[in-house]
Every structure is written in C-alpha cells, then in structure tokens.
Design a protein around this ligand. Structure first.
Ligand code: ZN
Length: 174
C-alpha cells in the first residue's frame, strides 16, 4: 500500500486509483482530476493537434519518451500549478498498470481548460520564434475567436464524457 498525500491534505491509497479513473470524489468534498501516463493525449487534445505537437515540439530525452507525450503535458501543468499537483511514481508497483500518476486539486474539466490554455501559449511562443509575421498575425486572429471554455465543452460532449463513469476500461474517455 502506498499512501498519496493529495493537495487538499487527504491521503489515499494508490491502489484505489485504477486505470479507468478520470476523477476522484474526495473526502474533502472536491473532485480531483486524475491522469496516468497511459492516457492518450487525445483525452484532452484533438488528433490533428497531437500530430502537430509531436512534429513541432523538440523534446529532451525524446529517446526515452518517444516525442511529446502525456509526461511533457503534465510537466507543463505542474510548472504552472505546483501547489495543486501531486505526482506519484507507480513504476515499482505492477498492480496498478500505469507507472505515473498525477492528481490535481481541481477537477478534470478545469484541468482540460488549463491544458488548452497552456498548449495555445506554447504554440504562440513557437510562432513568435518562427519570425513569420503573416503566420503570427493569422494565428493571433484565430486565437481571438477561439473560446477555450466552449472548445472544452464541445470536445468533452463529442467524446461522450460521463463524469460519473469511473469503471475500468475507459482509457479512451475523457
Ligand atoms: Zn481532496
């Protein structure tokens, strides 16, 4: 048994977190988002974006991790929300089926919005370094019309999210 101390102060047994879990209804009254390293990026990002991120982002240790993946995405979130994030290394525990686990103080919906914000920032950053003024202007114009909350709502609806569904085998879900 491994106890994980959550950002809210509650401790939970890591074995309570199974592969299908997306959120945890906590004793503290809040719902905490859960991500494991086996979740596909498409849990949060559309396929085309995943592909362009894999192509665009140069990743350190790419041999080890195989390009931009969930580890890097979670790294970005942790950088911005260190106090709200708990990382648990489960690689020694074969029982769990995943080797890395992140639990957040906020729920999966909020996490999704944060991820989209971070990805847009990252793309803007990449754009500004490209030096292509037209492309930058076009991107900024598109971003002005881009509604993160609306995007997340639609994406989650399209992916048939059922926040109550914690059953196993929901790897492809949100
Ligand atoms: Zn809690």
């Amino acid at each position: 048994m491994n106890l994980i101390l959550l950002p809210c102060g509650t401790s939970i047994d890591s074995h309570r977190i199974d592969l299908g879990m997306r959120e945890l209804k906590c004793e503290c009254g809040k719902t905490h988002a859960i991500v494991t390293d086996i979740n596909p990026l498409t849990r949060f990002l559309p396929e085309f974006l995943v592909v362009s991120l894999e192509e665009l982002i140069e990743v350190r240790d790419s041999d080890k991790w195989g390009g931009f993946g969930m580890v890097h995405l979670m790294g970005l979130v942790m950088e911005d929300f260190p106090e709200e994030t708990v990382f648990f290394d489960a690689s020694e525990d074969g029982y769990l089926g995943y080797s890395m686990l992140w639990i957040f103080d906020f729920d999966a919906w909020r996490l999704h919005e944060i991820i989209i914000e971070l990805i847009i920032e990252m793309m803007e950053h990449g754009m500004s370094h490209s030096g292509d003024k037209n492309a930058i202007a076009e991107f900024e114009k598109q971003m002005l019309q881009f509604d993160i909350k609306e995007f997340v709502k639609e994406y989650r609806e399209t992916r048939d999210l059922n926040p109550e569904d914690y059953s196993e085998g929901q790897i492809e879900g949100i």
